[in-house]
Design a protein around this ligand. Sequence first.
Ligand SMILES: NC(=O)c1ccc[n+]([C@@H]2O[C@H](COP(=O)([O-])OP(=O)(O)OC[C@H]3O[C@@H](n4cnc5c(N)ncnc54)[C@H](OP(=O)(O)O)[C@@H]3O)[C@@H](O)[C@H]2O)c1
Length: 388
Amino acid sequence: MVALLTSTSTTQLPPLAFPSSSYSSSSPFYGARIAASGRAIYCPALTTLLPRPTTRGHSQSRLEFLRAAAVASVSVRSEMKAWVYEEYGSVDVLKLSDSVAVPQVKEDQVLIKVAAAALNPVDFKRRQGKFKATDSPLSTVPGYDVAGVVVKVGSQVKSLKEGDEVYGDVSEEALNGPKQFGSLAEYTAVEEKLLALKPKNITFAEAASFPLAIETAYQGLEKTGLSAGKSLLVLGGAGGVGSLVIQLAKHIFGASRIAATASTGKLEFLKSLGADLAIDYTKENFEELPEKFDVVYDAVGQCDRAVKAIKEGGSVVAITGAITPPGFRFVVTSDGEVLKKLNPYIEEGKITPVIDPEGPFPFDKVVEAFSYLETGHATGKVVIYPIP
Ligand SMILES: NC(=O)c1ccc[n+]([C@@H]2O[C@H](COP(=O)([O-])OP(=O)(O)OC[C@H]3O[C@@H](n4cnc5c(N)ncnc54)[C@H](OP(=O)(O)O)[C@@H]3O)[C@@H](O)[C@H]2O)c1
């Protein structure tokens, strides 16, 4: 059974559908997709729209405003809580420490009081030691995606000030010398150029779900030359990157037709994101379909098959796995300008955050959140909130 979201907010959102199998009754957002307005929770068990939980009658956005104001007015401590690993390995190497030094702010950086973070596959691949040769030295505070409040600014920072609510990716290059101190911490220091102001209509948890995935989706689509009137096949349409590729292709790049792959329980979800054709990869081989595409966006690692699904002269971008020509590899370079460009689409409700309904995971459940992401079957983004 698939539940469709409707929203009472003033922002018009396309309805999204989640596979019912992934709902968790232990989550505070049980059965929920958080609406971009932050005002409603859809509960499929009750098939009703519930008001979002509040504390002492305050709305969620009011609470976040109060929190931001309080954060901006307190002085920063010298030590903080953070998740840390001192050796490469499985989730077992992750330890929660309450005495990690708060990072120093360089002149082009701001210090962010972290409100929310999100996990990406690169976080666990890095932790497993797959990028040892180009990694920063251990110990590592993991986490690339961040949303929070600026509490300190470096001397060369031009456009951000204390109290600004921002979001972005902590490291410019995820694989090449990523920061030693990431976002799974109370504070993180980030270059101004990697950040944008948080869209006004979304929560910190929703904002944290975007940066690395949406920048990968946007820049990868740009490289393919996708433009209005062209058709697109997305491999892995239900994942963190794929769910945004579908939305961007439809609402920004003007794709004429979008197909996407996922397993049986996620086909309605793909359609709710904007896919015209949802392909069940457990039942069909996409490359054997008679329909061919101008562009394939491969977020799974199936480039050898993807090149058989394009029209003559078509383009295949692959963000993981081995490359088969004419497919090409793309690796994201984080850039706050991409987020700034996309902010109006988010604020208009055209691009909506997709948070896996198993989460958001609270800060002390980071190990569980990693274990879940590492199944390879998350829907949208695995978010950590609140922090701490
Ligand atoms: N090059 C770059 O710059 C860059 C940037 C970001 C990410 N990446 C890489 O890109 C990959 C995807 O990232 P992500 O964040 O989207 O991962 P993710 O969120 O963990 O992806 C999970 C999704 O993959 C789907 N999936 C698994 N096997 C599939 C298959 N055979 N066919 C279709 N869908 C399948 C799952 O759907 P089901 O549950 O239905 O199976 C699930 O929804 C990762 O390897 C990541 O490291 C690279």
